[in-house]
Write a protein that binds this ligand. Structure first.
Ligand SMILES: C[S@@+](CC[C@H](N)C(=O)[O-])C[C@H]1O[C@@H](n2cnc3c(N)ncnc32)[C@H](O)[C@@H]1O
Length: 241
């Protein structure tokens, strides 16, 4: 009776950890959602598969249902794997699931994953910190729970690099607020479907990025490290010439 909260990494099935593979191999049941690359499920050969992918706009009620499924499965089986995209504790609601299970007396183990927040830019060749350019980065949600009474995201972050997850739907509105604190010419890089064969990289600035037809899932990276990325890209193409 253990539920493992397991990170599946950002998409590329080779970016799953050895510990995640070992845990999947001993699973009786796997509860997974939309962002987990389905290829990874093959490691759990013979386990029961339960899909609980969430649709936008139906988050809070659905999360209660997911918690209930995990509790029921946790009570029934020896090893339950809750597989989540990226890392389970980075905007994955893993903490909520863990608390719900612990309150029912069910043990929980954690298996971290490569979070898209860092794994996606690194795979693309974009360093989120760079000596002399960026000494800090912050990871923020672009889609705060709309039912919250007070907004926690103020967009006045001092970090040199800002990385926005779930940032597509409210991109224009959030960027407007960010421009109250940062130069509109600040470089921006958007990476759609990072680490996958469908990866698309879009470059721009705060003032024009919203015009570039961005589609989810995407990461928005803001700050001077985007210029370092351009330099890396230029050197890479010279390398190949
Ligand atoms: C609900 S959050 C979950 C994040 C996940 N727990 C993690 O650590 O990566 C989903 C958001 O992560 C980002 N994301 C996840 N995978 C991505 C990928 N392959 N490429 C770009 N962004 C990705 C997107 O911003 C997406 O809206």
């Amino acid at each position: 009776m253990v539920v493992y909260l397991v990170g599946a990494g950002p998409g590329d099935p080779d970016l799953v950890t050895l510990k995640a593979i070992k845990t999947l191999k001993k699973a009786d049941v796997v509860v997974y959602d939309r962002l987990a690359n389905e290829e990874i499920l093959n490691y759990a050969n013979g386990a029961e598969m339960i899909y609980v992918g969430k649709r936008a706009g139906a988050h809070s009620k659905k999360q209660d249902e997911i918690n209930e499924i995990l509790i029921q499965q946790g009570k029934k089986h020896g090893v339950v794997v809750r597989l989540k995209g990226g890392d389970p504790f980075v905007f994955g609601r893993g903490g909520e699931e863990m608390l719900a299970l612990l309150k029912e007396g069910i043990s929980v183990e954690l298996v971290p994953g490569v979070t898209s927040a860092v794994g996606v830019p690194t795979t693309a060749g974009l360093p989120v910190t760079h000596r002399g350019v960026a000494t800090s980065f912050t990871v923020v949600t672009g889609h705060e729970d709309p039912t919250k009474k007070d907004k926690q995201v103020k967009w006045n972050y001092n970090a040199d690099t800002i990385i926005i997850l779930m940032g597509v739907a409210n991109l224009e509105e959030n960027i407007q607020e960010i421009m109250e604190h940062k130069d509109p010419k600040t470089p921006v890089c958007v990476i759609e479907n990072g680490t996958s064969p469908d990866e698309r990289i879009v470059l721009g600035t705060l003032e024009d990025i919203h015009q570039k037809n961005i589609n989810p899932p995407a990461l928005v990276i803001i700050g001077p490290v985007v210029d370092v990325f351009r330099e890396i890209q230029n050197n890479r193409s010279e390398d190949m010439a």
